[in-house]
Design a protein around this ligand. Structure first.
Ligand SMILES: Nc1ncnc2c1ncn2[C@@H]1O[C@H](COP(=O)(O)OP(=O)(O)OP(=O)(O)O)[C@@H](O)[C@H]1O
Ligand SMILES: [Mg+2]
Length: 91
């Protein structure tokens, strides 16, 4: 199972080990409130103008991966990239 590369680093092939975590086409978006209508009249005006009280923030789009038994995995990305959101969905 273990293969020594020219670099002296051992690489293992985990592809035949059982899958212990499977993330299958996960997406997540948040509804962020924008301007709040101050009353019924304003709400009606906003509605006729097509102004919605929220906008959608698409954080995760169609994420899929498997983790096999024995494998280590990490999630890397910029601030606000969605790492914590992904971990929450997994948990
Ligand atoms: N409950 C929530 N409601 C609205 N927006 C959210 C919520 N949780 C996270 N977000 C937004 O989703 C995006 C991803 O956030 P997340 O915390 O998952 O990123 P992160 O990769 O963990 O960031 P960091 O490196 O700063 O820890 C950010 O734009 C964040 O503002
Ligand atoms: Mg985080």
């Amino acid at each position: 199972m273990a293969q020594q590369q020219e670099t002296g680093v051992f690489r293992r092939d985990f592809s035949k080990a059982p899958v212990i975590l499977s993330v299958d086409h996960i997406s997540k978006s948040f509804k962020l409130p924008t301007e709040q209508a101050t009353g019924l009249k304003q709400a009606a005006i906003n509605w006729t103008r097509g102004i919605k009280g929220f906008r959608r923030l698409n954080v995760l789009k169609d994420i899929s991966f498997d983790v096999h038994q024995g494998e280590f995995f990490g999630i890397v990305g910029r601030n606000g990239g969605g790492k914590s959101t992904l971990l929450k969905l997994i948990s």
